[in-house]
Design a protein around this ligand. Sequence first.
Ligand code: GLV
Ligand code: MG
Length: 351
Amino acid sequence: MRSPKDFFRPLAVGAPEPLHEIPFRPSRMLHFFPPNNDKMRAKVPSLVGTVDVLVANLEDGVPMADKEAARAGLIEVATTVDFGTTQLWTRVNSLDSPWCLDDLQAAVLEAGHAVDVIILPKVEGPEDIHYADRLIAQLEARAGLDRPILLHAILETARGVANVEEICLASPRMQGLSLGPADLAANRRMKTTRVGGGHPDYLVRSDPDPDNPEAPRQHFQQDLWHYTIARMVDACVTAGILPYYGPFGDIRDLTACGDQFRNAYLLGCVGAWSLHPDQIAVAKEVFSPSAAEVAHARRVIEAMGDGTGAIMLDGKMEDDASVKQCQVVVRLAEQLAASDPELAALYSTGA
Ligand code: GLV
Ligand code: MG
């Protein structure tokens, strides 16, 4: 049993008060970099302002021998780089790894003044969030932080998906969830052998033509991730937190990357990971409403007056519910335009 009143009390004496709402900050691309790599670390200042979120990755992708160097790299960027309006997040190693405890200590005690969000991978259930929540509160108190560091979980095990609602609701520290298609595929024993995106063998095919059974039949590739993304979106919205698509590993295929990101955007996600500079522009384009979308949404809102009833516009029925959808698009456009003069100009001219 837990009183709802306790939910917003700090979990350690001296820790900052939990937030009641997750504030909107643009996070269209979570751009990953390996902080152990000197060349990549040196590029961080030049990425500030060009991406919404920089993620110092301490987990998968960093070799075992470099885990300490990655941690040191995180501390170095956190203490030397001015991040301006770009957020700094870090992905720590999973709770069952030998590195997680040191990662969390470094992220909060030594980099906590600059770190906005800690990404916790391979989260299986609310117990993982409760553990990290309390530990981070203790560390925040020791570091004397005056605002809470938020938590973002990656959905990358079948048990995590089965417990997704409880994970989202486990703490007011929860900021959002990312789909982790690579680990999730492995854990589910899917046969995909790739990092995210579709698979050419995942199809539906039309019936054979009875008069010509040998004729080629139409077939369409399906989205392997539809169920999981939709479930993740519902869980996040229920908890008032934000859903994200994760990695798309085929760096050269920017078209399919854009398609995967767009499916996630249409289903309700607010951003995706970028693993290479070329994916930054793709995420920015996909997760910012287009000028045409915004112009159409404004036109419907305007035509609907007080927002109730039903009208015909260009042969289509619009009513209270379509106005609400249009308001989602306009609100997102305004929130993004508030910190992006280019978007502000685009949306004001409707070009
Ligand atoms: C991301 O970490 C994934 O496993 O897809
Ligand atoms: Mg993973």
